[in-house]
Design a protein around this ligand. Structure first.
Ligand SMILES: [Mg+2]
Length: 442
């Protein structure tokens, strides 16, 4: 399956948001979910972001910005990586205000932006605004076509609160399904109901599934999600045939693994998705399909991040147009692949813009064109990536033969896993960028 399919929902959301001309629908794509959605209110988003941003002192306007991954770049679990502190001494003044625009782009999703910003503030020693934090599910704000549907949300932490904050108005949790249909969750014998419960009569029909991040009690979540899919949203009934296409699924964060304090990487949400996809396939003989997969390396996440950077620049009065983005990460399949994919998107978009400009109004043109010209990937060695692993002699050949940790729906392009730069840590990454941009910090 091609990446175009993977990113279809993303493309639909991007198109709605940016008023881009329609993109061709590729093989295996579902209908056009974005076609009937309301236009994303950029002006609302702008004013909200600008209104909350902190004032920042800066004497000259930067034309570049940083997109920092968090785990494995700034933090290892709860521990701050020492190089991160050094890096932010270069990036901030004595009041903790940025010299250049910065956004934190993480595939974490089982938390709120506020709590992640608080965690970063404590770790880095200056106030990080929630507006600068992009979680894996943040771009779901763009998927207006699902916001009024009844959706099942799966993850951990404040899942219901997060879903509502993203715009979903009718939210059902896994726990609510389990309570309404206690006979469905039977793996843990200690949690089986002692008495036969009555069938619920007022449980809403689920119209979509939002996978926000890895849940706890995987057996319960996998069972109930499969039940919702096989019953077309009414887990109290058994259908004679498998409904297919199944209910739309939006999934955030495809990372198979992530790096915490342990020496070896830990299961990420991508591992949960592997389980779900394979159970569904084994039970039905059909492929589980996603309406959209978001979070890095999805293009929509990077476009959203660029938007956040632009807002920072505007709110701080920096007038130079944004030209270069530098994405610093530790995961080749998420951070490097995503940044390179977005860089490719920017190059393609530049060509499209030239051909479509003549037919567009000035207002449309302003909305259509991303201001960034490039997005370079910088790989650090403080997290998932190890420079001491087996280095293939023939990258193109061996990349296809070695274990592929990317998501099932990616048409793997080995050239996109090649980082623009490989450095030891985030401090080296900042120094490298300052050098490339000829940025002299006072
Ligand atoms: Mg990471």
């Amino acid at each position: 399956m091609a990446l175009g399919c993977l990113a279809h929902g993303n493309r639909a959301a991007l198109r709605t948001w940016l008023l881009l001309p329609p993109l061709p629908v590729g093989v295996g794509q579902r209908g056009a979910p974005g076609s009937s959605s309301r236009a994303f209110s950029r002006s609302n988003c702008y004013s909200r972001l600008v209104g909350r941003a902190c004032g920042v002192h800066q004497t000259s306007s930067p034309s570049f910005g940083f997109l920092f991954d968090i785990d494995g770049v700034l933090l290892r679990g709860r521990l701050v990586i020492p190089a991160a502190k050094k890096a932010f001494q270069k990036l901030t003044n004595s009041k903790g205000q940025f010299h250049v625009p910065v956004a934190f782009v993480t595939n974490a999703g089982n938390c709120s932006r506020d709590s992640k910003a608080k965690e970063l503030s404590e770790a880095l020693g200056f106030k990080v605004s929630p507006e600068w934090v992009i979680l894996s599910h943040s771009p779901l704000r763009l998927f207006h076509q699902f916001h009024k549907k009844c959706v099942l949300v799966c993850g951990q932490g404040p899942v219901e609160e997060n879903a509502r904050d993203l715009g979903f108005q009718h939210v059902v949790t896994i726990e609510e399904v389990r309570k309404a249909f206690p006979l469905l969750d039977m793996v843990d014998q200690s949690r089986r109901p002692k008495e036969l419960p009555p069938m619920p009569t007022d449980f809403p029909t689920v119209e979509g599934i939002i996978l926000l991040g890895e849940p706890v009690r995987w057996e319960t979540c996998l069972q109930l999600i499969i039940d919702i899919l096989l019953s077309n949203g009414n887990p109290g009934v058994q259908l004679a045939t498998v409904p297919y296409p199944h209910l739309p699924i939006l999934a955030c964060n495809m990372d198979l693994l992530w790096m915490a304090e342990a020496k070896m990487p830990r299961f990420g949400h991508g591992t949960f998705l592997v389980c779900l996809e394979n159970i569904y396939k084994k039970m039905t003989g059909k492929e589980l399909k996603y309406e959209a997969l978001i979070g890095k390396p999805s293009t929509v996440t990077y476009r959203y991040a660029e938007h956040v950077i632009e807002q920072q620049m505007g709110s701080w009065g920096w007038t130079s147009p944004l030209r270069h983005l530098y994405a610093v990460g530790d995961n080749p399949m998420a951070d490097v692949y995503g940044a390179n994919l977005y860089n490719r998107y920017l190059q393609t978009q530049a060509k499209v813009s030239v051909t479509t400009m003549a037919a567009e109004s000035k207002e449309q043109r302003n909305h259509n064109v991303c201001s960034a010209e490039s997005c370079q990937s910088i790989l650090v060695c403080t997290g998932v990536y190890s420079p001491y692993g087996d280095v293939p002699t023939d990258c193109n050949k061996s990349m296809l033969e070695t274990v592929f940790h990317g998501h099932r729906d990616f048409h793997f392009d080995p050239s996109l896993v090649e980082a623009s730069h490989v450095v030891h840590d985030v401090n080296d990454a900042v120094e490298l960028v300052f050098q490339k941009e000829n940025w002299k910090q006072e």
